[in-house]
Structure formats: structure tokens, C-alpha cells
Design a binder for this molecule. Structure first.
Ligand SMILES: [Zn+2]
Length: 515
């Protein structure tokens, strides 16, 4: 980046800040720099399509903040110690760190599949235990936390009068919304755990309060502080994290340091529902990102999950998938046509520009580019961005659809400008439209056939096997084969095929693929 670049020239962005409940102009703590923290997944299984939405929304924010000129430090965490991870480790009879390691790798595969940019820092709770302990000690010292019998450390809500400021709720309303524990050692029912003593055979770290592990909320406060400082510009997460997770992060960070605000702008994306039910891993009936990506593609996932405004609920359905596929087809059809036009002249966009060739459609592209940017800067209004793009594509189809032989230089320049809008102005932020058009169209046509053939009706999407189920079936088949029960092994293979999974035995084991 040019060091002389003036930060005054950075585009103004308006964002809906959960803290104020209003759309505000983004003003960072240090001009030209932006610190950004996004709460990542707890790694105890494959992520669901709703988690993928969270990752992609953060990726879109990151791309746009950088594009407008901010020097961004982006931190995304993995919660790698947690009750669910410990339970999963028990179920699988392995160490909890192995579970966390395995599923961190799986999450990264999904993230790479959809082409997410790497954050500046990917942090793990277990690699920040000293920072966590220090922060808890500071809270105890300031009277914001207390130690109870058995080595448990709790946050004292009553010492933080602003508790509830993010969720805009009064303490009484918050209390009525939680399960009050019987025989609790808590002074206030809303007090939450900062340090949890280890039960026998649970993983633990030594601490001033005995062996134990951190509570969930403290890790984000400690990691944000270590990598971004005491006060940060933008913090993002799903709206289900507003209370208690983010409310607790504020209480911890502001309580431990006596500095406010911990975060200037809080951004929250809305839920993704599947058949009207909130999808969450704990319900166990969600659709994994892996299922979706195996069946469709990273680009369809990006389009579907980002074309809807990040603050609107997504009612996930096969209709929505079909719509995403059709819209991507429209984009790639226009791109393919534009590429044909460009090839017919054999000149590049910069050649044409250098020759001073301009035309009406090229001017429309220029205008669309600035309107799309306005929409991104207006709280990431992606439906309006896409609306503008499709208006432009309609104009292209209407005005520049003459036979190639009659193409004028200005039409060809228009075509090259359209490719620029698709690849840079849309692709650079939403991450779609950048593939080779003809290949992309072939893939999309295949998906369309699969969708219209009824093979992917909504019920079937829901019934797609998870990777774990597939691996378990492959394992069961291997056992049957070892026992020479070939009939049973064959029945498992046929059952998988019926559910759309093809398996293949190779020299290093059995691989699988969705049909
Ligand atoms: Zn968090």
C-alpha cells in the first residue's frame, strides 16, 4: 500500500451498530487503521451452513474494509476447549485436543473451499491461557470477579452497572430469561464463569485458583486484547451471541481494564433457519457446510449466503439454492458473451481505454460501479448491489447483443468494462463471478439439472448424510469385509449409493463422493 495514501480519502461506511441500535458512520480509533474481531466456531464437529454464513459475512466485511483503503487487522478465533469438546472426546475415546485439532482442520477445509481470505491472526483459546489468567486476576483485583469454594471464579455482574447495554435489556428481564441454578454459589443469577475447576479426568491448566479451564466468554476478551488492544473498532458475530456472550465480553473487558468502550461498533448477522427451525449444532439436525459444498459449490454457497442482507434471516430451502444457481448463470452468461466480444477484437481492456474509445454502455458500467459501492458502504446492502448488477446485465443483453461480426469497438470496450464490474466490483467483495465463465456455466447447468430433476428436493437436502455418518458406514463396511460378511458389506455400499454417496476402494483406503 502506498504509505502516502491519505486516509481522508477512505470511503465513508455506514454500519448498523447493535450497541446504539442505529446506523452510524464508521470512525475508527486510529485514522486509516481498523481492528476487527469475529467470533469463530467451537470445534467439536463439522460446521453447519449457518456457521458458514457467519464466516462468509466476516470475510465480506474484511474484503470491503481493505478495499476502501483501511489497514485491517482481522482476528478470528477457534474455541478449542469447551464442555462439548470434552464430551465429544469422551464419546470417541480420544483426547479433547485431538478432537479440537481434527475439527479445526475440517473447518479450515470448508473455509478454503468457499475461498475465504485468511485472517491476520487465527487464535485458539488454549494458546492464550496466561493472558486469560492475567485478565481474571485483574478483574478480581478490581472487584469485578470473585473466587468461590472449589476454585471457581465468577464475574460479579452487580459491579458492572452497564450490563445489558448491548442487548438493550434491563437486568430483571435478563434474569427472567435464564435458567436459575439451584444451590448456586452465584451472588447474582447472571454472574458467569470465568474459570472452571477441572473434574477428574478433564483437561486442565494450573492457575492461582487451582487446576481448571477458562469459561467460554473470557477467551474472546483476552484474545481481542492481546492482538488488537484494549479498545477495538469492529466486533462481529451471530445475533445469538449478543446475549450472553458479547454482553459478557463487554463486562469482562471494560471491567478488567476500566476502559470503555471495549468495542466501537458491534455487527451481528441474523439466523439461518432450516424448515422454520433455528439451526444450531446442539439441535443436531442442521445441514453441514460439507454436505452443501459436496453437492453444490463454494461459489453457490457464497452467492446464496451473501445475496441476502446480513441482518435478514435466511430461510434456507431448495428454492433458494435454485435461485442462487439461476442468478449465477445469468452473471456467467453475460460474462461469457462479453468475453466472446472481447476475443473478437483481440485487444485488451487497457488497449481500448488507451485508444480513448468510450461508449454509452461503458458509461453505464462506470455508473453501476459507483452505485454498487454506495450500496456496499450503506451497511452492506448486498441485495441492492446485485439489483444494480442485474440492471446492468439487462442493458448489456439488450444493447450489445448484436452478432459478433458487427461488434463496434465501443461495444467491445463495454464488454470489457462489464467483465471488470463482475470480477472486481462484485467478485472482489462477494467473491463470486471470478471463475472461467464457460466452465462455471457447465457446472451450474449440472446443478440445475440435479435440482429440477427432483433429486435435491428439500427433504432430500435435509437427509443428506453428514461426513461422520458416511465415515461410520465406510468403517462398518470395512469391518464386515474383514469378517468376510460380504453380503452385509454390499448392503452398506448399496445403502450409501441410494443416499447419493459413491464409494471407491483404493490402495490407501476407501474414498467417497456425492453423486
Ligand atoms: Zn467470542
Amino acid at each position: 500500500m502506498n504509505p502516502a495514501r491519505s486516509f481522508q480519502s477512505i470511503r465513508q461506511i455506514r454500519l448498523t451498530n447493535t450497541l446504539s441500535g442505529k446506523k452510524e458512520l464508521l470512525e475508527t480509533l486510529q485514522p486509516g487503521k481498523l481492528s476487527f474481531y469475529s467470533c469463530g466456531p467451537t470445534v467439536y464437529g463439522l460446521i453447519h451452513i449457518g456457521n458458514l454464513r457467519g464466516g462468509l459475512v466476516a470475510d465480506m466485511f474484511f474484503r470491503y474494509f481493505q478495499r476502501v483503503g483501511y489497514e485491517v487487522i482481522y482476528v478470528r478465533n477457534y474455541t478449542d476447549i469447551d464442555d462439548k469438546i470434552i464430551q465429544r472426546a469422551r464419546d470417541e475415546n480420544i483426547q479433547s485436543e485431538e478432537i479440537a485439532k481434527k475439527y479445526t482442520q475440517e473447518v479450515e477445509k470448508d473455509y478454503a473451499w468457499v475461498g475465504m481470505l485468511e485472517p491476520t491472526h487465527k487464535t485458539k483459546a488454549t494458546e492464550h491461557i496466561p493472558e486469560i489468567i492475567l485478565m481474571i486476576e485483574q478483574m478480581i483485583h478490581r472487584g469485578n470477579a470473585y473466587v468461590v469454594e472449589g476454585g471457581e471464579v465468577l464475574y460479579a455482574i452487580d459491579q458492572f452497572p452497564l450490563y445489558g447495554k448491548l442487548s438493550h435489556k434491563k437486568l430483571d428481564d435478563l434474569i427472567s430469561g435464564i435458567r436459575v441454578e439451584v444451590n448456586s454459589k452465584k451472588r447474582n443469577p447472571l454472574d458467569f464463569i470465568l474459570w472452571k475447576p477441572a473434574k477428574p479426568e478433564e483437561p486442565y491448566w494450573e492457575s492461582p485458583w487451582g487446576p481448571g479451564r477458562p469459561g467460554w466468554h473470557i477467551e474472546c476478551s483476552a484474545m481481542a486484547r492481546k492482538w488488537l488492544g484494549d479498545c477495538i473498532d469492529v466486533h462481529h458475530g451471530g445475533e445469538d451471541l449478543i446475549f450472553p456472550h458479547h454482553e459478557n465480553e463487554i463486562a469482562q473487558s471494560e471491567g478488567a481494564l476500566g476502559k470503555a468502550p471495549f468495542v466501537k461498533v458491534w455487527l451481528h448477522h441474523a439466523f439461518l433457519t432450516l424448515s422454520e427451525k433455528k439451526m444450531s449444532k446442539s439441535l443436531g439436525n442442521g445441514l453441514t457446510a460439507r454436505d452443501f459444498l459436496s453437492r453444490f459449490s463454494g461459489e453457490v454457497a457464497r452467492y446464496l449466503l451473501l445475496s441476502i442482507h446480513y441482518r435478514s434471516i435466511i430461510n434456507f430451502s431448495s428454492d433458494l439454492i435454485a435461485q442462487a444457481v439461476s442468478n449465477l448463470q445469468r452473471i456467467y452468461e453475460a460474462k461469457a458473451r462479453a468475453q466472446d466480444l472481447l476475443c473478437s477484437l483481440g485487444k485488451s481492456r487497457s488497449d481500448l481505454r488507451a485508444e480513448g474509445i468510450w461508449g454509452e454502455f461503458a458509461a453505464s458500467c462506470e455508473k453501476a460501479r459507483s452505485v454498487m459501492d454506495e450500496h456496499f458502504a450503506n451497511d452492506f446492502n448486498t441485495p441492492a448491489v446485485l439489483g444494480e448488477l442485474f440492471t446492468l446485465i439487462r442493458e448489456f443483453n439488450r444493447t450489445l447483443a448484436e452478432p459478433l461480426a458487427q461488434a463496434t469497438p465501443s461495444a467491445i470496450l463495454g464488454a470489457s468494462e462489464l467483465i471488470g464490474v463482475i470480477e472486481e466490483d462484485l467478485g472482489g467483495i462477494l467473491g463470486v463471478g471470478r471463475l472461467e465463465a464457460k466452465h462455471a456455466l457447465e457446472d451450474l447447468a449440472r446443478m440445475k439439472v440435479s435440482l429440477s430433476g427432483g433429486e435435491t428436493s428439500e427433504t432430500e437436502v435435509k437427509n443428506l448424510l453428514t461426513e461422520e455418518e458416511i465415515l461410520a458406514a465406510i468403517e462398518a463396511r470395512a469391518v464386515a469385509r474383514k469378517l468376510k460378511d460380504y453380503a452385509a458389506a454390499d448392503a452398506i455400499r448399496k445403502d450409501l449409493e441410494r443416499k447419493g454417496v459413491l464409494i471407491q476402494d483404493g490402495p490407501v483406503g476407501t474414498s467417497w463422493v456425492y453423486q
